[in-house]
Design a binder for this molecule. Structure first.
Ligand SMILES: Cc1cc2nc3c(=O)[nH]c(=O)nc-3n(C[C@H](O)[C@H](O)[C@H](O)COP(=O)(O)OP(=O)(O)OC[C@H]3O[C@@H](n4cnc5c(N)ncnc54)[C@H](O)[C@@H]3O)c2cc1C
Length: 484
């Protein structure tokens, strides 16, 4: 299609709210298609959203998103173009804490996953492998349904009743529940919820053949170690995930430190469908001052969470159609970091299996462990607390639990004055319940796209991982802006 044949004029003034992967990839694809008037408005003084990286002593650590798999085709194309390089992460180990919580040990990941927490039985290796092979082929057969950016809009109780259930039920129905411990690692431990809660379409989108195969292939007898050499996954960005988005932002009109005061639709007395009032930090040499501003736009792309608190922040009145966003939930997920001495991890990432209750560390990671790094990260899911006091209480408890685990693993926190330490509470994984998917939530969301000149990208539109989000931004631009 020629650039002139776009549905929306190429000089349209387009505002994108949020400079995370969704907003920046939407801007990237719009600009690739010749849209020349795209402005990304970001409230923070940095881009990347939940892709947050820090650099210490020349090494970059990801505090938010960090892994890429073989399935990250669109993300890797962008990375290639902007020159963001990756390295292969080493395999996993696992940590077992005894029931009393008085001792912990590392154990090979194979040992941890050969246990079915539903039946409370150990699984013979051949039976596990057979189940994994069956999952691989069942999932391959679902590729046409799942592996496309608008897949969720096509799933409801009429079209796919077999998928409108929790992932645990789907696994049991397909006699695949021997994979529970294996799948709890990427799904539950990485913050997406218990398998008995997460809706099957999300879990299947995540566990695509390209992501699942490298998780299992190294354990295949005899050929496993050879396959591992030829399967260079998972990977991480050498300079961190955030830096990928910084590189993208260099080529885009991004305005950071923008505090949006209001977004008004169809304001009378102006030619613009959207009027955005904001305060921004203006720097003149050594002077930094907040200054007010107003911008006019023809289209709005919401690339921030679609929850009511964000609409309140933006002072943006919801349209009647947007009332469906009340169905969206998010999960609190914490990353705590310390420099830890005397704790020698056999591999750089270790899930704690079987799962312990909320508030205890669920995974421990040491990026660049092969370079002698001691900066250690602890992933924890907390309760969905609402008040500041509850969040502060959770932070205290999480840090205590982290310190306890460090002690059980023989480590010592290096709290030298200059040592970096962090605690971040991310709210992520915008999702709806199984019943909402069955009732056609995503069909309604797809119908909203473009209504009132407003579009939606990001975690609310696809599964909350960078690649599906980037794919969805690309799809949205091609379908609604270009008309492909
Ligand atoms: C601990 C952790 C680990 C993860 N690991 C992985 C991983 O290994 N691989 C992977 O693919 N994904 C991972 N993810 C998920 C990934 O980070 C998200 O899917 C992705 O960042 C979502 O992109 P987004 O642009 O939709 O939203 P976000 O990243 O949340 O970006 C939204 C942006 O909107 C901005 N914004 C919000 N409100 C306003 C406002 N009022 N005005 C202006 N701007 C606003 C925010 O500041 C932010 O920059 C992980 C996430 C976490 C938290």
């Amino acid at each position: 299609m020629s650039l002139d044949a776009t549905r929306i004029p190429r000089n349209a003034r387009i505002a994108i709210i949020g400079a995370g992967p969704a907003g920046l990839s939407a801007a990237w694809f719009l600009e690739k298609h010749g849209f020349e008037n795209v402005t990304v408005l970001e409230k923070l003084g940095r881009v990347g959203g939940l892709c947050k990286s820090i650099t210490i002593k020349g090494m970059s650590y990801d505090l938010g998103a960090n892994y890429l798999t073989w399935a990250y085709e669109e993300t890797l194309k962008i990375a290639d173009e902007v020159g963001a390089d990756t390295y292969k992460e080493l395999p996993y180990t696992s940590i077992e804490v005894n029931e009393e919580g008085t001792s912990a040990r590392y154990r090979p990941i194979e040992e941890a996953v050969l246990y079915n927490p539903l039946t409370k039985k150990k699984i013979p290796f051949y039976s596990f492998m057979w189940t994994a092979i069956r999952y691989f082929f069942i999932r391959l057969g679902l590729s046409d349904v799942i592996d496309c950016p608008d897949y969720l809009a096509k799933i409801n109780k009429r079209t796919h009743p077999e998928l409108c259930k929790s992932f645990r039920d789907w696994l049991v129905d397909n006699d695949l529940d021997d994979l529970t411990s294996l799948l709890e690692f990427p799904i539950t431990i990485m913050g997406y919820g218990q398998l008995r809660h997460i809706a099957t379409p999300y879990a299947l989108r995540y566990m695509s053949p390209k992501t699942f195969f490298p998780m299992v292939a190294p354990h295949i007898p005899l050929i496993g170690p050879i396959l591992e050499i030829f399967l260079p996954w998972p990977r991480r960005f050498i300079t961190g995930f955030q830096r990928l988005w910084e590189r993208v932002a260099w080529r885009t009109n991004v305005r950071q430190n923008i505090k949006i005061k209001s977004i008004k639709r169809n304001e009378s007395g102006t030619d613009a469908p959207f009027v955005i009032d904001f305060d921004y930090l203006q720097q003149e040499l050594n002077t930094v001052e907040a200054a007010p501003g107003t911008m006019h736009f023809d289209y709005l792309v919401m690339a921030c969470p679609l929850t009511q608190d964000i609409y309140d922040q933006l002072n943006l009145k919801r349209t009647p159609g947007e009332a469906i966003f009340d169905r969206i939930h998010v999960h609190p997920y914490c990353m705590t970091t310390y420099w830890v001495d005397d704790m020698d991890m056999p591999q750089p990432i270790a899930p704690v299996l079987p799962l312990s209750p909320l508030g205890k560390p669920w995974a421990v990671a040491r990026q660049f462990q092969h370079k002698g790094n001691k900066f250690t990260q602890f992933y924890t899911r907390t309760r969905e607390s609402q008040t500041i006091e509850e969040m502060n209480e959770d932070e205290r408890n999480v840090k205590e639990e982290v310190k306890k685990l460090i002690g059980l693993l023989g480590g010592k926190i290096d709290d030298t004055h200059s040592r970096w330490h962090s605690y971040d509470r991310f709210t992520y994984f915008q999702h709806v319940e199984v019943e909402d998917i069955a009732d056609g939530f995503y069909e309604k969301l797809a119908e909203l796209q473009g209504k009132d000149r407003t579009f939606y990208v990001g975690g609310a539109t696809d599964f909350e991982l960078v690649e599906p989000i980037v794919q969805h931004s690309k799809h949205l631009v091609e379908k609604h802006f270009v008309g492909d």
